[in-house]
Design a protein. Structure first.
Lengths: 387, 297
């Protein structure tokens, strides 16, 4: 008796399972699933939160205008809260259970490196929103990334220093994946660019006061400039502490400084900070003829209208990731994952928020040095730095 | 001379950090002396204080916002004691400590949902981000003086309260001998609620005065609680003055460690000294050996 009940229950369940896809298939074609792993909360939330918001906004916009290949997009966002362990389990879930076409994100380099191999083994397209060079070097067939490379940011910083006649510098980095990657790039490139690092310190990513480290920098003879490379609130603290200690040497930050929040937190201490970044932050200054102008202005307007907060370059990385996947879908004309992957490598002259992408079989970043601009802070606003 | 001013600068930097640890440590001590519980949610009171004050500061002047934040968080502290600890009094102290860890996680998540993940801060009380006071070639932000002043005033007021007022004496009586205190007509549960409220108020005040320096965000509580706890242990649990000395010592140790070692090692240096002190004086610098046993039985 019990057994037959079970069988009936099982049959009902099966019928229900079968019925659902049949009905939806009759109404409209199945949506194309895109997975996203962002650290919407946690220490890297200022990356993940705008990324999540941007991805959602862009997918809604695409769906409102008919989707891609006549199919709607379905975005599945997972919040990793910056934890590599969570990123791994979400990646597995997206690959095995949700069977998505591609994964965009994670937000941080540390998380991306944890799932790089997993995606490669499962032949899952990964378009990371993190910056470290190690994501695409060594190259993995299925792994791409949207932000400019760390090495390009370091090169920009060093070239600007040379123009200003600076040769001896202090390097401060946060003790997370982004900081470690930046430290390595700055150290590796120093010699070829003719810069000498005379002080090199790593601080805790939760540091609340850096006067002790800066005192050490102040006491080191010959330091002409400070480079701070982190994505944590310490970016504002460094600026404040330097001014409080009466240090007048220039402060360079990484492209991690591209969020107006940091300028607000540092207040007047942020004036004169130099950092390389994409053109999104200075879209108003771009000439109308600039190829990125239209896209950047539209994104900024849409984002700021939808979320009532300042646009940041990080949200732009998610914008580019979605753009790359959808453009590749259009180019491939199919949802076959391998064909879409091949199509990404054939994207040329694709205008994104970070720059103009030219992918190839050997370049999975697709951006060159021109994707950056040296910016500075003037009257609490980002502006293009002029020599 | 150059070296002298650098050393002074390290000292001031240490004092800056240390004064922050000290305010957190005082809160630890207060609850510990009245209830025997180590409240690991102490850092969350600091965070809540800062968050509430930043929100209130949009509507009312800064001093009113701070006062409001202190009152609101004190109320939350009392509420927590009444809802969780009063009912669970029969459980061992260890259980209660684990509950405080749980509460700290809950409060953190609640803050994330009420506010958001963004970093915010109160304006500097005097001057702004770049102003600093200079003497003998060293510089210090005026806000640090506000923190130090707050610590000093708090310690003096606490001392007067615990030593010279009836209520304060009753609170101390609860801690040294609950049974005798009860026989003397002291309402022990109310005293415990009071200690939570006071400690939450102190935490909130700390959260407001340090906000311009450290900035306020929902995750700031836990790291502060760890350092504050270390400071309280170093000074001797249950000793407010000890907390101040302990906090300043941990801060100054960290700062001078940076001058000799790479900055990445400053926690190592601070905690190595903490361990050494505990080997020699397990009850901390100012704690009394054996004070513990009175409470446990």
């Amino acid at each position: 008796m019990k057994k037959s009940l079970l069988i009936i229950a099982g049959a009902c369940w099966l019928a229900a399972q079968l019925a659902v896809p049949c009905r939806s298939a009759a109404d409209e074609p199945k949506p194309i699933k895109i997975g996203a792993i962002f650290s919407v909360t946690g220490p890297a939330s200022f990356l993940g939160a705008p990324e999540g918001k941007t991805a959602k906004m862009l997918v809604d916009k695409i769906n409102a205008s008919g989707g891609v290949l006549g199919q709607k997009l379905e975005l599945i966002i997972k919040d990793s809260s910056g934890s590599p362990e969570k990123a791994v389990s979400f990646a597995k879930q997206l690959i095995e259970e949700d069977r998505v076409l591609a994964i965009i994100g994670p937000s941080t380099s540390g998380e991306t490196m944890q799932i790089k191999k997993l995606c490669e083994e499962n032949q899952m397209i990964l378009v990371s929103c993190a910056a470290a060079d190690a994501i695409v070097n060594p190259l993995a067939k299925y792994v791409f990334k949207t932000p400019q490379k760390d090495s390009q940011a370091a090169t920009w910083i060093y070239r600007t220093m040379k123009e200003k006649g600076i040769t001896k510098i202090a390097v401060l980095t946060g003790n997370d994946g982004f900081g470690a990657s930046g430290k390595k790039q700055l150290e590796d490139l120093a010699k070829t660019e003719g810069i000498e690092i005379v002080a090199n310190e790593v601080y805790d990513k939760q540091a609340t006061d850096l006067t002790d480290i800066l005192t050490k920098v102040k006491g080191t003879p010959g330091v002409q400039a400070v480079v701070n490379w982190s994505i944590v609130p310490a970016q504002s603290i460094v600026a404040k502490n330097m001014k409080q200690l009466g240090m007048d040497i220039p402060l360079f930050q990484s492209h991690g400084f591209g969020n107006r929040k940091y300028v607000e937190q540092a207040g007047v201490a942020a004036e004169g900070i130099l950092f390389p970044a994409g053109r999104l932050l200075v879209v108003d200054e771009l000439p109308a003829s600039h190829p990125q102008k239209k896209l950047l202005a539209t994104y900024k307007k849409d984002y700021e209208a939808a979320y009532k907060e300042d646009v940041s370059t990080f949200g732009g990385h998610a914008y580019d990731a979605i753009l790359i996947v959808t453009e590749a879908l259009k180019k491939a004309g199919t949802t076959d994952r391998d064909k879409v992957r091949d199509a990404i490598e054939n994207l040329h002259g694709l205008v994104g928020t970070a720059g103009i992408y030219n992918f190839s079989a050997t370049d999975h970043t697709g951006l060159d040095l021109t994707a950056f601009e040296m910016l500075t802070v003037k009257d609490g606003k980002f502006t293009i730095y002029k020599k | 001379m150059e070296n002298g001013s650098l050393a002074l600068q390290y000292l001031l930097s240490g004092v800056t950090k240390g004064s922050i640890y000290a305010v957190v440590a005082i809160g630890f001590n207060l609850i510990y002396s009245a209830t025997g519980v180590l409240n690991f949610a102490q850092g969350e009171f600091v965070m809540l204080g800062g968050m509430v004050a930043v929100t209130l500061a949009h509507f009312v002047p800064l001093p009113v916002a701070i006062a409001g934040a202190v009152l609101i968080v004190a109320f939350i502290g009392c509420l927590l004691e009444i809802t969780f600890f009063r009912k669970l009094r029969r459980h061992s102290v260890l259980h209660l400590i684990i509950i405080t860890i749980g509460l700290s996680i809950v409060m953190q998540e609640a803050a994330l949902h009420i506010w958001d993940e963004k970093v915010r801060s109160l304006p500097y009380f005097t001057g702004n981000e770049v102003s600093s006071l200079k003497f003998l070639g060293a510089a210090i932000s005026p806000q640090v003086l506000w923190v130090l002043g707050t610590v000093a005033v708090t310690v003096v007021l606490l001392h007067i309260f615990l030593k010279y007022t009836l209520r304060g004496r009753a609170m101390r009586a609860c801690s040294s001998n609950p049974d005798a205190a009860m026989l003397a007509g002291i309402n022990i549960p109310n005293m415990r609620t009071l200690s939570f409220g006071l400690s939450a108020a102190l935490g909130a005040l700390a959260g407001c005065v340090i906000s311009p320096i450290t900035m306020t965000h929902y995750e700031m509580g836990a790291p502060l609680a760890i350092k504050g706890f270390a400071a309280a242990i170093l000074g001797g649990m249950g000793h407010p003055m000890g907390a101040v000395v302990g906090g300043l010592m941990v801060g100054i140790l960290e700062a001078f460690a940076v001058s000799r070692l790479p900055a990445a090692y400053n926690d190592v240096a601070a905690f190595a000294v903490l361990l050494l002190v505990l080997f020699v004086r397990p009850h901390g610098l100012f704690g009394r050996p054996g004070g513990e046993s009175v409470r446990e039985h």
